[in-house]
Write a protein that binds this ligand. Structure first.
Ligand code: ASP
Length: 449
């Protein structure tokens, strides 16, 4: 298939983010440089992660920095772990033949970790140092995000302030490397996003410079239509909308940090997942709408998760009792828990909850519901797996739900719950955890093969 993306987007403005495995050693840095220099007019803003794993048993620099922080907060020496970090960076600098001396940086970072600069500060130095090296290697300016990516006093990311500060700053730099993963609190202390958060930085930078595209370079060819540990050789997803991706990521389809969608979504910027180790693959395009792209199959992907519980409540004439649902949900809300789904019928209602979230409070929830609604029957059953069948083309296709049920029935799988949102973007079914793998494969095979 022709590369529509390449035709449409050459020589536009791209923000490129490289994940930890793409920058794990000097060889990977060389690949990154050739990717950037292949389109120097377009790939002008680069967001690096910290060095990741070079091989399966290897350690990520970020993990080693967390170790340093933990040791230091227990009053233990950090030297042996910190030396391993220095070794990783020095090997990259030397193997690239760079004339860059980071020894003052190492001293300062080590001193700061020992003198309580904080957990987030420690973790952020992985990206900071990698950014320094990458900027030197490709000849781009280094822009430290500390002053430009801001969090509020409540620790929440301040999207609007960041966008104003960062776009003003980056307008002054034709080319820049901006380390991923961190910014700062109003008082200037370093604050990181959650793990994998360099994806979010890339998205923030893309919005700030009004990029035409946010390229997220990683070590896989993009999203797959199903989990390859369950389905043999699932097909790659060519194009997916933000909304579909959100449904699939929520159900556990990894690759991209969930929160990285929001900044580019606001600005309508597409994300292209690409593979640093296989530049020939066009990867997955994540787009606001898909009318510019053809839709090849009815479903875009299928994903799921185990570990759910069903709270079932029955009461005669429930449907005519005002406020019944509110009382049930209030009992759950009082425990600070949010519910996942709410399938119901005339005289019964089910609430799907995350099993681990109700471990401590299941009895309290049941008691509270009994006290406020006096049900005929109430029970919590564990061991439910949810499967989301996601596809923008489902709106127009007839018989999609039928095919999902047929696939399960033919594999002798009992569907315990069904939920189809009015957007018709997905159908969610609940099955016994023991049937999860078979159900996922059956549904995939029904639509894809
Ligand atoms: N280095 C951080 C982590 O390992 C952030 C990232 O790579 O995106 O989580």
């Amino acid at each position: 298939m022709e590369n529509v993306f390449a035709e449409r987007y050459t020589d536009c403005l791209k923000v490129v983010k490289f994940g930890g495995s793409s920058l794990a050693d000097a060889e990977q840095f060389k690949k990154v440089k050739s990717i950037i220099t292949a389109e120097p007019g377009a790939r002008r803003y680069v967001v690096p992660s910290a060095p990741g794993k070079r091989f399966k048993e290897d350690e990520k620099v970020t993990d080693m920095l967390y170790q340093c922080y933990n040791l230091s907060s227990e009053g233990e020496p950090i030297d042996s772990v910190f030396d391993k970090i220095i070794e990783r960076y020095d090997a990259i600098v030397n193997d690239l033949g760079l004339d860059l001396d980071l020894s003052d940086e190492y001293l300062h970072i080590k001193w700061s970790i020992k003198h309580h600069a904080g957990r987030d500060y420690a973790a952020s130095r992985g990206e900071y140092l990698n950014g320094k090296i990458l900027a030197e290697y490709i000849g781009y300016d280094f822009v430290d995000p500390t002053m430009f990516i801001k969090f509020g006093d409540d620790g929440m990311f301040d999207a609007e302030m960041t966008n104003t500060l960062l776009s003003t700053k980056l307008a002054k730099h034709e080319h820049a490397v901006i380390p991923g993963f961190y910014g700062s609190m109003p008082n200037g202390t370093i604050k990181t996003f959650s793990r994998g958060g360099s994806d979010i930085t890339g998205s923030i930078v893309a919005r700030a410079v009004s990029a035409d595209i946010y390229e997220n370079w990683t070590d896989v060819d993009g999203f797959l239509m199903a989990d390859p540990r369950i389905v043999d050789n699932p097909k790659p997803i060519d194009t997916i909308t933000y909304k579909e991706l959100r449904e699939l990521s929520y159900m556990g389809a990894g690759v991209l940090h969930e929160d990285s969608i929001f900044p580019v979504r606001v600005a309508g910027i597409p994300i292209n997942i690409r593979n640093t180790n296989n530049t020939a693959s066009r990867g997955t395009m994540i787009v606001p709408r898909t009318d510019m792209y053809d839709t090849r199959s009815i479903i875009t992907g299928v994903a799921g998760k185990k570990g759910f519980s069903v709270l079932s409540i029955e009461k005669a004439m429930m449907n005519s009792e005002t406020g019944f649902g509110r009382k049930v949900l209030e009992a759950i809300e009082k425990e600070g828990i949010s519910f996942e789904h709410l399938p119901s019928s005339i005289d019964s209602m089910c609430v799907i909850l995350n099993t681990h979230e109700i471990e401590e409070c299941r009895e309290r929830i049941v008691n509270r519901i009994c006290a406020t609604t006096h049900p005929d029957y109430i029970a919590i059953e564990d061991g439910l797996a949810l499967i989301a069948v996601v596809g923008r083309a489902m709106v127009k296709a007839k018989g999609t739900a039928y095919r999902v049920f047929k696939a399960c029935a033919e594999s002798d799988i009992n569907i315990k719950m069904i939920d189809q949102g009015s957007s018709e973007l997905n159908i969610i079914i609940g099955v016994n955890e023991a049937d999860y793998n078979r159900a996922l494969s059956a549904i995939y095979n029904e639509f894809v093969k």
